[in-house]
Write a protein that binds this ligand. Structure first.
Ligand SMILES: [Zn+2]
Length: 281
């Protein structure tokens, strides 16, 4: 595929603009607030943010991370999410060109990033985002099927992927509960892997799960080695709550990173792995 410089710039700006919207989603959806109204305002002085102060990444740099009105510090998370959005907008263009597939995986990737940040900050998985992702994820391949359009993922792969993703985590949850009476994973993980299966198929869901377990283990072992204990970052967990002191890693962000690795590099990693195994024999 030939890359076009204008489209490269456009995809970076497009990704950055939606990254800016993701910040709104990440801060408002867990509170049950509208993502379209009211317009962005400073959380401290409530001053409405002017369009020229709302340019992804650039405004943060110009304002040196402070509100123009009251000089309150603005979290570095905002430009980070905008930067991730720009990188993803570009990566999707390089992978899919500007096609229906581009928009389809744009919805997937940006929905996944929202879920990762919301889980990191609030330890929750909003139903509204899951439902939106499931509807888009199944509807596009379904319409393509009826229009005889050959889409990147066909509706049957997508449906089976959704079921396999959900069932895989459900089986792990039930087995751990029966055998060791512990909650290894949560139902939020099952819903997220189901969404991954809808967009990436059963093979994508299982491979993403392997990638995420591998990476979570590396991080978990590292944290034990350096003696760091991650506690539940819930604002409203009381001191006598049993989950308060449980050392835990939020797993959903790992699942999401695993799914993005699969989307962009999955086939290359799998080919490399199978070649590696052949050399080993
Ligand atoms: Zn302010």
């Amino acid at each position: 595929m030939e890359y076009n410089l204008l489209l490269i710039i456009a995809s970076i700006l497009f990704g950055g603009a939606w990254g800016s919207f993701l910040n709104v989603v990440i801060s408002r959806v867990p509170e049950g607030l509208s993502v379209v109204y009211p317009p962005s305002r400073c959380p401290v002085c409530k001053n409405q943010i002017k369009p020229y102060d709302n340019i992804p990444i650039i405004s943060y740099l110009i304002l040196r991370g402070k509100c123009r009105n009251c000089k309150t510090h603005i979290s570095i998370e905002y430009p980070i999410v905008e930067f991730i959005g720009s990188v993803m907008g570009l990566a999707l263009y390089l992978e899919f060109d500007f096609t229906i597939e581009y928009l389809y995986y744009f919805v997937f990737v940006f929905g996944m990033i929202a879920l990762a940040f919301i889980d990191l900050k609030h330890w929750m998985v909003p139903d509204s985002i899951l439902i939106l992702l499931a509807i888009v994820g199944l509807l596009v391949p379904a319409i393509s099927y009826f229009l005889n359009y050959i889409f990147y993922i066909d509706i049957f792969t997508s449906l089976i992927g959704g079921l396999v993703g959900f069932a895989t985590i459900a089986i792990i949850i039930i087995l751990y509960k029966l055998i060791r009476n512990i909650d290894a994973l949560g139902w939020g993980d099952a819903y997220v892997l189901s969404i991954i299966g809808i967009y990436l198929g059963a093979k994508g869901a299982i491979t993403s799960l392997f990638f995420s377990v591998f990476q979570a283990s590396l991080i978990g072992i590292t944290m034990i080695l350096i003696g760091k204990k991650q506690t539940v970052p819930y604002d409203d967990v009381t001191d006598d709550d049993p989950i308060k002191d449980k050392a835990a890693l939020p797993f959903i962000p790992f699942l999401i990173i695993g799914s993005l690795e699969y989307l962009f590099w999955g086939e290359k990693i799998l080919n490399w792995w199978f070649n590696f195994m052949k050399i080993g024999n």
